[in-house]
Design a binder for this molecule. Structure first.
Ligand SMILES: [Mg+2]
Length: 345
């Protein structure tokens, strides 16, 4: 506990800071651990000032004529300081986040869905949230904080799975659609983008991969979760063959955890986060929690303004600031967030 000179307000804030710092210490030890096989250009995987992993975001786009991502070739650069602080330590930055969170009147919690709030399932509509997630999100919303879910899925699918009333704001299809207050809005695609998505989907359907396809507004995903290595290889080969001709300025191929996706350019999770941030008071504390390569755009977007949290059973190269294991530490994070809000009211 931090001494507070008998000031009740300071005592409350210091207690929050203490709670966060205790939790953060355990996260920090793992976040600062170098990932096997990662090459650092700075000679120190902890980066300047030992801020934890300082890593160039993973290469998400697949070279049109190159091999799949070679993670050994990733180059690591020092990450920029977080929260406007000098790069003293990741614990210091997180401590600052705890103080900001505890003393703020408005806060924004941005969340990916699959792999972050819910475990992966081969049957995608069976991916309901981890125990305790619904309750935690509902309570955070009830305390007045803004919760935004940003997913690659259709927004309506996320709404069905999270099943909350009231429903949080949901951005679906990597930011091509938004569901808020029961109203679904979609940004228009260029005719060429629609045509290229249709052609790639048609090709893959005719090759027998219909059950592996997910048709979305602005993208086409090809899933291999739950398959053998041989099956995965066949799906990947077919996916590259069908999607590569569609790739260019207005369409890109992306790898995600469990598949390959052809996406219209112009929207991604980072764009959504930037749009949300642009409408906020710069002092508003924000956090983004995600697990997948598609979340790296969001981690980069939130890096200078708030906290990026990688939620994943295992660490990997990331632009997030800390890593936590779901579901226990995720629920713990929500609990600390909620506790700060409750203390504030
Ligand atoms: Mg995810």
């Amino acid at each position: 506990m931090i001494k507070s000179n008998n000031n009740p307000v300071k005592e409350i804030i210091n207690e929050e800071v203490s709670l966060f710092s205790m939790w953060i210490r355990s996260v920090r030890r793992r976040a600062a651990r170098p990932v096997s096989g990662v090459r650092s250009t700075g000679g120190d995987v902890r980066g300047s000032g030992g801020r934890g992993l300082a890593i160039t975001p993973p290469m998400e786009e697949i070279p049109v004529d190159g091999p799949l991502i070679d993670e050994q070739s990733l180059t690591i650069e020092p990450a920029p300081p977080m929260l406007g602080l000098p790069p003293a330590s990741i614990a210091g930055a997180l401590l600052e986040f705890g103080i900001t969170l505890a003393s703020a009147s408005q806060r924004v919690l941005m969340l990916d869905y699959d792999g972050t709030l819910a475990p992966f399932k081969v049957e995608r509509m069976e991916a309901t949230p981890y125990d305790g997630v619904r309750e935690a999100v509902a309570q955070i919303m009830a305390m007045g904080d803004r919760v935004v879910i940003i997913s690659g899925r259709l927004a309506t699918e996320v709404a069905t799975l999270i099943n909350l009333d009231p429903m949080p704001e949901i951005w679906g299809c990597h930011g091509w659609e938004r569901l808020v207050g029961g109203e679904l809005s979609r940004l228009p695609l260029a005719p060429k983008q629609s045509e290229r998505l249709f052609k790639a989907g048609y090709t893959l359907k005719n090759e027998g991969f219909q059950s592996r396809l997910e048709y979305k507004h602005g993208s086409l995903a090809l899933h291999w979760r739950g398959t053998t290595e041989d099956e995965k290889s066949a799906i990947l080969t077919a996916g590259l063959r069908a999607m590569e001709p569609a790739s260019g300025v207005d369409m890109k191929m992306h790898r995600f955890d469990g598949g390959l996706e052809l996406r219209a350019t112009g929207r991604d999770k980072g764009v959504v986060v930037k749009e949300i941030l642009s409408g906020l008071d710069p002092k508003t504390p924000v956090a983004y929690l995600g697990d997948d390569l598609t979340d790296e755009d969001a981690f980069r977007a939130v890096q200078s303004r708030g906290l990026g949290v990688l939620v994943r059973p295992e660490p990997r190269e990331t632009a997030a600031s800390v890593w936590l294991k779901p579901p226990e530490e995720l629920i713990e994070f929500f609990g600390l967030w909620l506790k700060s809000t409750q203390r504030k009211s």
